[in-house]
Design a binder for this molecule. Structure first.
Ligand code: NAD
Length: 433
């Protein structure tokens, strides 16, 4: 199959490279010339484990190329994937579909042969109809079907997720389009990944329902953590105690500073807005959005409380900034709100993150970036673990204490054991324990 991937960000680049690795002929298109130049030079514009090797191997094999030229890439393709961003629209929180609409228009101008136009971007229900309309208006005689095929990969584990997905969801009721999609994903049937054929609208809802459910699980355990703190219970044991129940499952039950990242915050909000517009308000999702928003700032207050209620003039080291480990993605990371809360209370914040500092520097102008964990900890009155990168899991505790001025360590990811930290001489505060 000849595939054109429109948008070469976290999803487009990973999907494109994986499709090439399946044996398809893929061109990854982006309108950002710097991104394409960097890819042509063999440099990855994002940090994702394993991506550089996968891209290099498929470029060498002649199956993967990069281009800013959308028209010629689309003209030749059997499948055109739309993998552009769908951020929150400023002001009202609806999904901003302007990139999707622009891409649809450009695709309409360039279609030359029968193809499927596949929406991989996360889009509100009904967007497939709109994409179809836009293309049809531009190209009345074109032979195409618009298919929804949402992506479920996780940043940091994206290649594994793409190649061994729990399921593939394909939204179209047109048989030839289903056949095209079967062929594209053929190598995954060999791994027995289930492929679910549903209607286009159903597929669009599945993606948001999945993200909203996961966000709900996280928010649920976060509130349980607050209760555990008040009543002297241990949220990790509660997670295990409920997670072993097969109906509940153990994943996404880790208490922490609230969910962030490029998907859950914007997708829960967009789903909530879409549902309100259709007079079917999702009150559980609305509560999740509200609770999670409040939690981030509450984490700054937690640090301040751990410091005795006052951080004026104190030096606070933040370890980890990205919304989760193994990515450089800083979009909607809780660290941004937490740092601001501490700065507002008069603290000086010094931070270190293994991959996210370049993006973070632009988003957190009030924070000083350090070159390593121990440099951030130098003379700190308090340390806060915000992201559970492996390098923070095995810190040399005596060295940490010797480097810091104070002994307070707030562990927002529960990666250390309270007894161990107490024995090492820390004033240790974690979440829900
Ligand atoms: P991204 O911002 O990393 O990448 C989008 C890319 O599209 C950018 O490089 C941009 O320059 C390019 N682009 C925009 N308009 C274009 C056009 N007309 N022609 C060519 N290129 C264009 O975004 P992302 O994180 O890859 O997310 C893409 C979509 O996938 C979103 O809808 C997101 O919700 C969804 N998604 C993301 C993840 C994730 O983990 N990041 C997971 C599942 C689904």
């Amino acid at each position: 199959m000849k595939i054109a991937m429109i948008g070469s960000g976290y999803v487009g680049l990973v999907s494109g490279a994986c499709f090439a690795d399946f044996g398809h002929d893929v061109v990854c298109v982006d309108k950002d010339p710097a991104k394409i130049e960097s890819l042509l030079a063999g440099k990855m514009p994002i940090y994702e484990p394993g991506l550089e090797g996968l891209v290099a191997a498929n470029v060498r094999a002649g199956r993967l190329s990069f281009s800013t030229d959308l028209p010629s890439s689309v003209a030749d393709a059997d499948a055109v994937f739309i993998a552009v961003g769908t951020p929150s629209r400023r002001g009202d929180g609806f999904a901003d579909l302007s990139y999707v609409r622009d891409a649809a228009r450009e695709i309409g101008e360039s279609i030359r042969k029968r193809c499927v136009v596949v929406t991989k971007s996360t889009v509100p229900v009904g967007t497939g109809d709109e994409v179809e309309k836009i293309i049809r208006q531009t190209a009345p005689d074109a032979d195409f079907e618009v298919v929804s095929n949402p992506e479920f990969l996780r940043e940091g584990a994206a290649i594994g997720d793409f190649k061994r997905p729990d399921r593939i969801v394909v939204g179209t009721e047109v048989e030839w389009a289903r056949e095209y999609m079967r062929e594209i994903y053929q190598p995954l049937f060999l791994n027995e990944s289930p492929i679910l054929f549903v209607s286009r609208r159903t597929s669009e809802v599945i993606k948001y329902a999945a993200n909203a459910f996961l966000a709900t699980k996280i928010t649920f355990i976060n509130e349980m953590a607050d209760l555990c703190e008040k009543v002297g219970a241990n949220v990790q044991d509660v997670s295990r105690g409920i997670g072993l129940d097969g109906r509940i499952g153990s994943k996404f039950l880790h208490a922490g500073p609230g969910y962030g990242g490029s998907c859950f915050p914007k997708d829960t909000l967009a789903l909530m807005k879409t549902a309100q517009d259709h007079e079917a308000p999702l009150q559980i999702v609305e509560a999740v959005v509200r609770v999670n928003d409040l939690r981030k700032r509450a984490m700054a207050r937690k640090v301040i409380a751990a410091m005795g209620g006052d951080v004026e003039g104190k030096r606070i080291a933040m370890l980890g900034l990205t919304f989760k480990p193994n990515t450089d993605d800083m979009r909607d990371a809780p660290a941004i709100v937490i740092a601001q809360g501490l700065i507002d209370a008069g603290a000086e914040v010094i931070a270190y993150d293994p991959e996210g500092m370049e993006a973070a520097a632009a988003l957190m102008p009030g924070v000083t970036m350090a070159e390593g964990a121990y440099q951030a900890l130098q003379d700190a009155d308090c340390a806060v673990i915000v992201t559970e990168w492996d390098v923070f899991r095995a810190l040399a505790l005596p060295r940490v204490l010797a480097t810091m001025r104070g002994n307070t360590l707030v562990d927002l990811r529960n990666i250390y054991k309270p007894e161990q930290m107490k024995a090492a001489g820390f004033h240790y505060v974690s979440v829900g324990r």
